[in-house]
Design a protein. Structure first.
Length: 93
């Protein structure tokens, strides 16, 4: 039998599972969301991730989410481009 994802995440802390059972996304979400636009410089985006200790940033274009940029995405880019960061924009490869 497949374990419930929610319970598998919190199985080490059952008191948290019981307390949060039935809560909605609205109750749990982060309200002060930092975001970038597709033309945002990668270094600036990385600085936001570090300064605000966040894992990912929504990429907005005309007020709509067109993607997500994560620390993992930036690390992958650095690994593929060992010559160093240039003024690459968020939407470029």
């Amino acid at each position: 039998m497949e374990e419930n994802f929610y319970k598998s995440v919190f199985r080490r802390h059952p008191e948290e599972t019981d307390k949060d059972q039935g809560r909605t996304a609205m109750e749990m979400m982060t309200r002060d969301v930092h975001s970038v636009e597709p033309h945002t410089d990668i270094v600036m985006a990385a600085q936001l991730l570090v300064d605000f200790d966040i894992v990912s940033l929504p990429v907005l274009q005309n007020g709509r989410v067109v993607g997500m940029l994560s620390r993992h995405d930036l690390l992958k880019w650095v690994a593929k481009h060992p010559e160093g960061a240039n003024p690459l924009k968020v939407g470029e490869e």
